[in-house]
Design a protein around this ligand. Structure first.
Ligand code: SAM
Length: 284
Protein backbone atom coordinates (compact mmCIF):
# COMPACT_ATOMS: atom_id res chain seq x y z
CA UNK A 1 0.00 0.00 0.00
CA UNK A 2 2.98 2.31 -0.47
CA UNK A 3 1.18 4.43 -3.05
CA UNK A 4 -1.04 5.86 -0.26
CA UNK A 5 2.07 7.85 0.68
CA UNK A 6 2.29 9.34 -2.79
CA UNK A 7 -0.87 11.23 -3.70
CA UNK A 8 0.29 11.52 -7.30
CA UNK A 9 0.48 7.79 -7.84
CA UNK A 10 -2.63 6.51 -9.53
CA UNK A 11 -4.75 4.47 -9.15
CA UNK A 12 -4.78 3.46 -5.47
CA UNK A 13 -4.07 -0.21 -4.78
CA UNK A 14 -6.99 -2.29 -3.49
CA UNK A 15 -7.32 -2.55 0.28
CA UNK A 16 -8.57 -0.77 3.37
CA UNK A 17 -7.45 2.82 4.00
CA UNK A 18 -8.16 4.02 7.56
CA UNK A 19 -8.59 7.79 7.23
CA UNK A 20 -8.64 10.17 10.22
CA UNK A 21 -10.81 13.26 9.74
CA UNK A 22 -11.09 16.56 11.70
CA UNK A 23 -12.59 16.70 15.22
CA UNK A 24 -14.05 20.17 14.70
CA UNK A 25 -11.78 22.41 12.68
CA UNK A 26 -12.09 21.30 9.06
CA UNK A 27 -8.69 22.86 8.34
CA UNK A 28 -7.16 19.89 10.14
CA UNK A 29 -7.92 17.46 7.32
CA UNK A 30 -4.63 16.16 5.95
CA UNK A 31 -3.48 16.32 2.35
CA UNK A 32 -3.24 12.53 2.19
CA UNK A 33 -6.74 12.18 3.62
CA UNK A 34 -8.19 14.42 0.89
CA UNK A 35 -6.29 12.62 -1.86
CA UNK A 36 -7.26 9.19 -0.58
CA UNK A 37 -10.92 10.14 -0.16
CA UNK A 38 -10.86 11.50 -3.69
CA UNK A 39 -9.12 8.53 -5.31
CA UNK A 40 -10.64 5.55 -3.50
CA UNK A 41 -13.52 3.56 -5.00
CA UNK A 42 -15.83 4.01 -1.99
CA UNK A 43 -15.92 5.41 1.53
CA UNK A 44 -17.24 3.27 4.40
CA UNK A 45 -18.62 5.52 7.13
CA UNK A 46 -20.72 5.54 10.30
CA UNK A 47 -23.25 8.10 9.17
CA UNK A 48 -23.60 8.93 5.48
CA UNK A 49 -25.04 12.40 6.27
CA UNK A 50 -22.07 13.39 8.46
CA UNK A 51 -19.47 12.09 5.98
CA UNK A 52 -21.49 13.47 3.06
CA UNK A 53 -21.11 16.95 4.58
CA UNK A 54 -17.33 16.57 4.94
CA UNK A 55 -16.96 15.33 1.36
CA UNK A 56 -19.16 18.13 0.13
CA UNK A 57 -16.94 20.65 1.92
CA UNK A 58 -13.90 19.04 0.24
CA UNK A 59 -15.63 19.04 -3.15
CA UNK A 60 -15.46 15.25 -3.41
CA UNK A 61 -18.21 13.02 -4.84
CA UNK A 62 -17.95 9.46 -3.58
CA UNK A 63 -19.90 6.28 -3.16
CA UNK A 64 -20.74 6.03 0.57
CA UNK A 65 -21.27 2.69 2.32
CA UNK A 66 -22.70 2.72 5.83
CA UNK A 67 -20.60 0.58 8.14
CA UNK A 68 -20.22 0.09 11.90
CA UNK A 69 -19.02 -2.81 14.01
CA UNK A 70 -22.62 -3.89 14.62
CA UNK A 71 -23.02 -4.57 10.89
CA UNK A 72 -24.15 -8.11 10.09
CA UNK A 73 -21.55 -10.72 9.10
CA UNK A 74 -23.08 -10.67 5.61
CA UNK A 75 -22.59 -6.87 5.32
CA UNK A 76 -19.01 -7.16 6.56
CA UNK A 77 -18.31 -10.01 4.13
CA UNK A 78 -19.64 -7.85 1.26
CA UNK A 79 -17.41 -4.98 2.28
CA UNK A 80 -14.41 -7.33 2.57
CA UNK A 81 -15.07 -8.65 -0.92
CA UNK A 82 -15.03 -5.06 -2.19
CA UNK A 83 -11.80 -4.25 -0.30
CA UNK A 84 -10.09 -7.25 -1.84
CA UNK A 85 -10.76 -5.80 -5.31
CA UNK A 86 -10.77 -2.03 -4.82
CA UNK A 87 -9.40 0.72 -2.56
CA UNK A 88 -11.94 1.59 0.13
CA UNK A 89 -11.51 4.31 2.78
CA UNK A 90 -12.92 3.92 6.29
CA UNK A 91 -13.81 7.09 8.18
CA UNK A 92 -15.79 7.76 11.34
CA UNK A 93 -17.96 10.79 12.10
CA UNK A 94 -14.91 12.62 13.44
CA UNK A 95 -11.33 11.89 14.41
CA UNK A 96 -9.51 8.60 14.06
CA UNK A 97 -11.57 5.50 13.23
CA UNK A 98 -11.37 2.67 15.82
CA UNK A 99 -10.67 5.13 18.68
CA UNK A 100 -14.02 4.79 20.50
CA UNK A 101 -15.40 4.41 16.99
CA UNK A 102 -16.14 1.54 14.58
CA UNK A 103 -13.50 -0.29 12.59
CA UNK A 104 -11.79 -2.82 14.82
CA UNK A 105 -13.76 -5.81 13.54
CA UNK A 106 -13.30 -4.74 9.95
CA UNK A 107 -9.53 -4.30 10.32
CA UNK A 108 -9.27 -7.66 12.05
CA UNK A 109 -11.28 -9.39 9.34
CA UNK A 110 -9.29 -7.67 6.57
CA UNK A 111 -5.98 -8.75 8.13
CA UNK A 112 -7.25 -12.31 8.55
CA UNK A 113 -8.19 -12.31 4.87
CA UNK A 114 -4.68 -10.99 3.99
CA UNK A 115 -6.22 -7.82 2.52
CA UNK A 116 -3.80 -4.87 2.72
CA UNK A 117 -4.63 -2.33 5.43
CA UNK A 118 -3.01 1.07 5.85
CA UNK A 119 -3.77 3.93 8.22
CA UNK A 120 -3.53 7.66 7.51
CA UNK A 121 -2.80 9.52 10.76
CA UNK A 122 -4.74 12.61 11.72
CA UNK A 123 -6.68 14.18 14.59
CA UNK A 124 -7.81 12.26 17.63
CA UNK A 125 -9.35 14.11 20.59
CA UNK A 126 -7.48 11.96 23.14
CA UNK A 127 -4.08 12.96 21.79
CA UNK A 128 -5.03 16.62 21.25
CA UNK A 129 -6.22 16.80 24.89
CA UNK A 130 -3.07 15.11 26.19
CA UNK A 131 -0.86 17.61 24.40
CA UNK A 132 -2.85 20.50 25.87
CA UNK A 133 -3.42 19.54 29.50
CA UNK A 134 0.06 19.92 30.98
CA UNK A 135 -0.21 16.50 32.63
CA UNK A 136 2.60 13.93 32.24
CA UNK A 137 2.53 12.65 28.68
CA UNK A 138 5.32 10.08 28.83
CA UNK A 139 2.82 7.36 29.78
CA UNK A 140 -0.89 7.56 29.22
CA UNK A 141 -3.78 5.15 29.23
CA UNK A 142 -6.74 5.83 27.00
CA UNK A 143 -9.86 4.19 28.40
CA UNK A 144 -12.69 5.40 26.16
CA UNK A 145 -15.94 6.47 27.85
CA UNK A 146 -16.51 5.88 31.58
CA UNK A 147 -19.63 3.81 32.31
CA UNK A 148 -22.78 5.82 32.94
CA UNK A 149 -23.79 3.84 36.07
CA UNK A 150 -22.12 5.12 39.23
CA UNK A 151 -21.10 1.70 40.61
CA UNK A 152 -19.48 0.57 37.37
CA UNK A 153 -17.80 3.96 36.97
CA UNK A 154 -16.26 3.77 40.45
CA UNK A 155 -15.09 0.21 39.84
CA UNK A 156 -13.24 1.27 36.68
CA UNK A 157 -11.69 4.23 38.50
CA UNK A 158 -10.57 1.90 41.34
CA UNK A 159 -9.03 -0.44 38.80
CA UNK A 160 -7.27 2.21 36.71
CA UNK A 161 -6.35 4.40 39.68
CA UNK A 162 -3.28 2.31 40.47
CA UNK A 163 -1.81 2.69 36.98
CA UNK A 164 1.18 5.03 36.91
CA UNK A 165 0.05 6.93 33.84
CA UNK A 166 -2.16 9.84 32.89
CA UNK A 167 -5.67 8.46 32.32
CA UNK A 168 -7.60 9.78 29.34
CA UNK A 169 -11.39 9.38 29.10
CA UNK A 170 -13.99 10.57 26.63
CA UNK A 171 -16.87 12.26 28.42
CA UNK A 172 -20.19 13.94 27.72
CA UNK A 173 -21.51 17.23 29.12
CA UNK A 174 -24.46 15.76 31.04
CA UNK A 175 -22.24 13.18 32.77
CA UNK A 176 -19.15 15.28 33.52
CA UNK A 177 -20.13 16.45 37.02
CA UNK A 178 -21.05 12.89 38.08
CA UNK A 179 -17.69 11.62 36.83
CA UNK A 180 -15.87 14.39 38.69
CA UNK A 181 -17.78 13.48 41.87
CA UNK A 182 -16.74 9.84 41.43
CA UNK A 183 -13.12 10.93 40.93
CA UNK A 184 -13.26 13.06 44.07
CA UNK A 185 -14.43 10.04 46.05
CA UNK A 186 -12.26 7.33 44.50
CA UNK A 187 -9.05 9.18 43.56
CA UNK A 188 -8.88 12.25 45.81
CA UNK A 189 -5.93 14.56 45.34
CA UNK A 190 -5.33 13.86 41.67
CA UNK A 191 -4.60 16.65 39.25
CA UNK A 192 -7.32 16.73 36.57
CA UNK A 193 -7.96 18.43 33.26
CA UNK A 194 -11.16 18.95 31.30
CA UNK A 195 -10.49 19.62 27.61
CA UNK A 196 -13.59 20.82 25.78
CA UNK A 197 -14.51 21.69 22.21
CA UNK A 198 -10.97 21.01 20.98
CA UNK A 199 -9.95 22.72 17.73
CA UNK A 200 -13.25 24.67 17.76
CA UNK A 201 -14.13 28.29 18.48
CA UNK A 202 -14.82 27.77 22.19
CA UNK A 203 -11.92 25.42 22.91
CA UNK A 204 -10.96 25.35 26.58
CA UNK A 205 -8.73 23.29 28.82
CA UNK A 206 -9.36 23.75 32.52
CA UNK A 207 -7.19 22.11 35.18
CA UNK A 208 -7.68 21.61 38.92
CA UNK A 209 -8.80 19.11 41.52
CA UNK A 210 -11.99 17.09 41.08
CA UNK A 211 -13.70 19.27 43.70
CA UNK A 212 -12.67 22.52 41.97
CA UNK A 213 -13.72 21.33 38.54
CA UNK A 214 -17.00 19.86 39.81
CA UNK A 215 -17.84 23.21 41.47
CA UNK A 216 -17.06 25.07 38.25
CA UNK A 217 -19.09 22.79 35.99
CA UNK A 218 -22.02 22.65 38.43
CA UNK A 219 -22.19 26.42 38.10
CA UNK A 220 -21.50 26.38 34.34
CA UNK A 221 -23.00 23.21 32.83
CA UNK A 222 -20.58 22.20 30.07
CA UNK A 223 -21.64 22.19 26.44
CA UNK A 224 -20.03 20.32 23.58
CA UNK A 225 -17.48 17.53 23.42
CA UNK A 226 -15.20 16.70 26.30
CA UNK A 227 -12.03 14.79 27.18
CA UNK A 228 -11.37 14.19 30.88
CA UNK A 229 -7.79 13.57 31.98
CA UNK A 230 -6.54 12.31 35.35
CA UNK A 231 -2.92 12.83 36.35
CA UNK A 232 -0.94 9.82 37.59
CA UNK A 233 -0.61 9.01 41.29
CA UNK A 234 2.25 10.49 43.24
CA UNK A 235 3.72 12.64 40.50
CA UNK A 236 3.76 15.75 42.66
CA UNK A 237 5.25 16.41 46.07
CA UNK A 238 2.59 16.04 48.75
CA UNK A 239 3.44 17.67 52.06
CA UNK A 240 2.10 16.38 55.35
CA UNK A 241 -0.49 19.17 55.62
CA UNK A 242 -1.89 18.23 52.21
CA UNK A 243 -1.83 14.52 53.10
CA UNK A 244 -3.73 15.34 56.31
CA UNK A 245 -6.29 17.34 54.34
CA UNK A 246 -6.80 14.47 51.90
CA UNK A 247 -7.08 11.96 54.74
CA UNK A 248 -9.66 14.12 56.54
CA UNK A 249 -11.66 14.43 53.31
CA UNK A 250 -11.55 10.66 52.76
CA UNK A 251 -12.36 9.91 56.43
CA UNK A 252 -15.62 11.80 56.06
CA UNK A 253 -17.05 8.86 54.11
CA UNK A 254 -14.62 5.96 54.63
CA UNK A 255 -13.01 3.84 57.34
CA UNK A 256 -9.33 4.62 58.19
CA UNK A 257 -8.04 1.66 56.17
CA UNK A 258 -10.08 2.68 53.12
CA UNK A 259 -9.13 6.34 53.53
CA UNK A 260 -5.44 5.38 53.70
CA UNK A 261 -5.76 3.20 50.60
CA UNK A 262 -7.50 5.98 48.67
CA UNK A 263 -4.94 8.62 49.61
CA UNK A 264 -2.05 6.23 48.91
CA UNK A 265 -3.49 5.60 45.47
CA UNK A 266 -3.91 9.28 44.80
CA UNK A 267 -0.55 10.46 46.09
CA UNK A 268 1.84 7.51 45.93
CA UNK A 269 2.51 7.92 49.69
CA UNK A 270 3.05 4.85 51.86
CA UNK A 271 -0.27 3.24 52.76
CA UNK A 272 0.84 1.96 56.22
CA UNK A 273 2.08 5.39 57.25
CA UNK A 274 -1.17 6.93 56.01
CA UNK A 275 -3.20 4.34 57.94
CA UNK A 276 -1.34 5.19 61.17
CA UNK A 277 -1.98 8.89 60.53
CA UNK A 278 -5.65 8.22 59.69
CA UNK A 279 -6.08 6.51 63.08
CA UNK A 280 -4.50 9.52 64.79
CA UNK A 281 -6.74 11.94 62.90
CA UNK A 282 -9.84 9.97 63.75
CA UNK A 283 -8.87 10.07 67.43
CA UNK A 284 -8.38 13.85 67.41
N1 SAM B 1 -12.68 8.74 17.05
C1 SAM B 1 -12.74 10.00 17.73
C2 SAM B 1 -11.34 10.51 18.02
O1 SAM B 1 -10.39 10.00 17.45
O2 SAM B 1 -11.21 11.45 18.80
C3 SAM B 1 -13.59 9.89 18.98
C4 SAM B 1 -14.99 9.45 18.73
S1 SAM B 1 -15.96 9.30 20.16
C5 SAM B 1 -17.42 8.56 19.54
C6 SAM B 1 -16.53 10.94 20.44
C7 SAM B 1 -15.96 11.54 21.72
O3 SAM B 1 -14.64 12.03 21.47
C8 SAM B 1 -16.72 12.74 22.23
O4 SAM B 1 -17.83 12.34 23.02
C9 SAM B 1 -15.67 13.44 23.06
O5 SAM B 1 -15.50 12.82 24.31
C10 SAM B 1 -14.41 13.20 22.21
N2 SAM B 1 -14.24 14.30 21.26
C11 SAM B 1 -14.41 14.27 19.93
N3 SAM B 1 -14.18 15.49 19.39
C12 SAM B 1 -13.84 16.30 20.42
C13 SAM B 1 -13.49 17.68 20.51
N4 SAM B 1 -13.45 18.46 19.45
N5 SAM B 1 -13.20 18.18 21.75
C14 SAM B 1 -13.24 17.39 22.84
N6 SAM B 1 -13.57 16.09 22.80
C15 SAM B 1 -13.86 15.55 21.60
Amino acid sequence: MSDAADPHASPLAPGLYIVATPIGNLGDVTYRAVETLRRCAAVACEDTRVTGKLLNYLGIKQRLIRYDDHASEADRARLLALLAEQPVALVSDAGTPLISDPGYRLVRAAREAAIPVTSLPGPSAAVVALTLAGLPSDRFLFAGFLPSKDKARREILEELGTVRATLVFYETGPRLVDSLAALEAVLPGRELAVARELTKLYEECRTGSAAELAAHYRAHPPKGEIVLLVGPPGDRVVDSAEADALLREALASAKPSQAAAQVAKATGLDRKALYARALELRGE
